[in-house]
Design a protein around this ligand. Sequence first.
Ligand code: PEP
Ligand code: MN
Length: 338
Amino acid sequence: MIIVLKQTASKANIENLIDEIKSKGLSINYSEGETSTIVGVIGDTTRLDVDDLEKLPYVENVKRVSEPYKAANRKMHPDDTIVKVTDTVSIGEGKFNVIAGPCSVESEEQVIEVAKRVKAAGATLLRGGAFKPRTSPYSFQGLEADGIKLLLEARKETGLPIVTEIMNINHLELFSDVDVIQVGARNMQNFDLLKELGKCDKPILLKRGLANTIEEWLMSAEYIMAGGNKNVILCERGIRTFETYTRNTLDISAVPVLKNLTHLPIIVDPSHATGMRWLVPPLAKTAVAAGADGLMIEVHNNPAKALCDGAQSIDPDAFDELMKDIKRRVEFEGKTLG
Ligand code: PEP
Ligand code: MN
């Protein structure tokens, strides 16, 4: 971190600042030039707050030269993290996992039928929303606790581990048998929720916020990890841009960028990224080529009747076709499905 001081900074100001920084276990590289004085801070600067320094009247500006996150940072943990979901399902490291299922759990028949079909096609985890974050309060809000029960039924039938979204930390107990807890885009910066999830040891699928930078996203992962839970899976699901043709814009470059910045596994959700079912296969294929560790795809047995996100849901036959293609591409990348 580089702190540039104003010319008006007194000797006492500088000494105080240096003492304060050193008291945090950091070292200093001090340089007094003709026009400006620079205090270089060496060590783990994640605990220094840029705002705290910039508010000092004798500080001109502050620049970070290293990332503000530590636990999620690849520089501190060069090896890829593998998130173990069950004895047979792990995310990361040479395995390509496909999470598939309906946007929302609607009935026992629906979720079990979809679960059987996606399993047969090669999916390794079942998704389904029980608590749904809908834009309108008048839209279907999910079956809530009953939805989780139906997902557990589907797991019993198929053996597929289940992924479902939490919206309220007071519901955490209902998620005690869930295999992967999803934090949706709308809650990516719900810091109280993230802190509580940091205290459990379940895998957390952290979706990117609708308008959040990669650094903000990694800081949210850091919130979970700082609490002790290192089992974080990132999910790129498209971001808001000026483009209105698609529901969101899939930021495919986030995949290689994240592979560089973090050791956490990253998956791609082409369904919410595009909002249109015909765009799901091409973007799913792109995700494999970009180096993602998996996909999350919305599959419904009758998309035209879906209670949520039918337009972006593919049917089980289309999922079968897509998985055949994905398998070949995954093998080409030197990975295996599941
Ligand atoms: C979902 O996966 O069901 C969902 C609501 O997605 P997102 O949070 O990415 O909008
Ligand atoms: Mn959805």
